[in-house]
Design a protein around this ligand. Sequence first.
Ligand code: CMX
Length: 458
Amino acid sequence: MLFAFGGARRAVVAQARASSTLKEVLAAQLPAKQAELKALKQEFGSMKIDEVSVDQCLGGARSVKCMLWETSLLDANEGIRFRGHTIPELQEVLPTFKGPASAGEPIPEALTWLLLTGEIPTKAQCDGLTAELHARSALPEHVVSMMNALPKSTHPMTQFALGLQACQTESKFAQAYQDGVHKSTYWEHAYEDIIDVFAKLPEIAALVYRNTYFDGVVKRDRTLDYSGNFCRMLGMDDPGFDELMRLYLVIHSDHEGGNASAHTTHLVGSTLADPYLSYVAGLNSLAGPLHGLANQEVLRWIQELKAKFDAEGKEVNEQTITEFAWDTLKAGKVIPGYGHAVLRQTDPRYTCQREFANKHMPDDPLFKVVDTIYAVMPSILTEHGKTKNPYPNVDSHSGVLLWHYGFTQYNYYTVLFGVSRALGALSQLFWDRALGLPLERPKSVTSAWIRNHFAGSD
Ligand code: CMX
């Protein structure tokens, strides 16, 4: 009897949990997470997890472990895990637009829930979050008119960052701080801003696209999910492209904390700048060609390669690609889409996009070019002898998938990355504020300090 009662109670609790909103779930998690961090500090606070060499100090702090990042973790060989799950596992367990896992690609709302809470959401919870995002998506009029006034020649990433920066007038966190709220409530105001930013980013991104390449008119379909509606706003109306966008927004969302866009968001947020300002900073670092802009550079590289060999009446094949790759390397440039600061194998984000291509567009000519590049590039880069990782990263494959559906304006591609990266960087920023993580302030040294430090030690 007692057991039956306990079972029934557990069922009621489970039922209540299944219908809880995202904010309620996070609020319930908060005390335990705060206690966990306190215990972690007490138990391990004085112990060392790393030592820093001069090479690391001079070399961009590679591998230095000095940041807490709960939403994902990167292994050099295996690649990324989101809250402990690999990409194929996410494709197994997360709800899709059509319902259960395996009825398509997971939806970004589901991934967002997972990143924020560490829990796999129900389809009903995802639908609730979709509705909330749609309801919060409107852009203030001053943002729209500012964006409409920008020259069409402004790079899409500049327009995107300006649009989000202009939305900062709406920050509830900044207002609450001005009102002098107690720091124990920061999480609540940060949460409101973070969900608002998730909601507004597709609107800003779509306006950038429609203004730059078309008539500036953005049409919506809020009967669809976050990605589906985003595709309609871009002017794309193909269920295949919707599925691609779902996959795209999921896999680009997070790549632990040390990458430039995530780290910048975290750094700026640590000053208690609000989530709008923090993520604008993240977007600006994503716009660098060694980071997110590499996805546009890959397409540019492929188009230049095709143009050269078409003009010479030559086929694009292993031999001509090899020739073009060596020209690029000898000109002192990088091969975009190859190499990584942490990974030492093919990026699983590349692999899952390749699987998508094999399933949906096996005969696409550009996919074949990308596949041929993959066949030859690792050995070229190994022979070149500089890069520590001769394998492709996420940016190497994303462009050709978009191109297949007629989405060919590759200067815009990094904006899509920017919509996605918010999901990871701002989910962690929520926890930064909820856990009260401090101002980030690593120590720098001068070269004279390094010499003095080792003076006399042979
Ligand atoms: N082509 C040619 N040379 C490369 C290379 C590539 N794809 N990748 C690395 N190298 C070179 C580096 O430029 C460096 O040369 P120098 O010693 O002359 O400076 C050398 O190899 C060692 O670099 P590394 O330790 O292997 O790589 P880093 O951690 O310094 O840099 C990254 C990582 C991604 C910036 C680099 O691999 C690169 O520039 N790749 C091309 C751009 C790219 O695809 N970026 C996207 C990464 C994913 C993302 O953030 O979106």
